[in-house]
Design a protein around this ligand. Sequence first.
Ligand code: UDP
Ligand code: CA
Length: 309
Amino acid sequence: ETGQIHIFSIASGHLYERLLRIMMLSAVRATPHHRCKFWLIGNFLSPTFRAQLPQFARRVGFDFELVFYAWPPWLRFQHDKQRLIWAYKILFLDVLFPPNLKRVIFIDSDQVVRGDLGELWQMPLKSGAVYGFVPFCEDRPEMDEYRFWKRGFWAKHLRDRPYHISALFVVDLQRFREQQAGDILRALYQRLSADPNSLANLDQDLPNYASMPLNDELVTQQAPEPMVPLHSLPSEWLWCESWCSEDSKPRAKTIDLCNNPNTRESKLESARRIIPQWDDLDAEATAAATLTHDRDWEQFRAQRGMTST
Ligand code: UDP
Ligand code: CA
């Protein structure tokens, strides 16, 4: 074992809590040389989920800590639950974790991890970058009409640089704090969210917007600095069926059940269709979380041919 890996996630509602357990189980299984510690936003978790968490963690073998953060009164509030969750993903990275935490990996709860997170934990980010995101896949031509970042506002703003997906990201918390990225992101959020048509994908639009220099600096400076420098992670770290080709799927280190704007299929249906091991993971996560007695849990494992720990 070579130390702990810190993972941050968020969930609200029965479905996303079920998915979150599967994400945690898959992450622990895929990461054999490190112990995982999950930092979960406690604000939105149900009492049942919280009550089951200690035994789930003990049986799967990870550490956890709930973090609670009250929305600052001076920051424009989000009344839609989904948008509120998205805001918590990105706006408070500088204040959610203890100051001695140097790095954290955010993983969406609707994700299944297949690659060793140790690799992502050690991956250097380019000089000055405060966080790393994976660029959106471009290799599923039937989705070309939905690639909103290829046209209009985003094409103009990004100037041929990629638009990144926010389902997984690595944060260098030290640099994030040093560069006051939290203040910059919150100020941008406050300004952009004044327009209700802005930040349609809040958690994703914000870091992508901030990955470029301010527009007026473009004219006044020789080499304008991005507002918040962003590193592009290797594409295999995020595969999602809506945007990525079947050819790249075998190399996928995580699979996100991202919404398909074309079909709008439910997450459970896509999970079973896209991830062959999903039903097994679901059964095991449910058993680990809900079985009251350890002997029932041991029996469940024995029936499935799992060796005892
Ligand atoms: N989320 C949640 N409850 C919701 C909506 C979103 O917990 O009702 C969280 C969850 O962690 C999820 C993340 O926000 O993984 C991003 O939303 P989602 O995965 O639904 O976006 P998509 O992948 O479909 O674009
Ligand atoms: Ca997702």
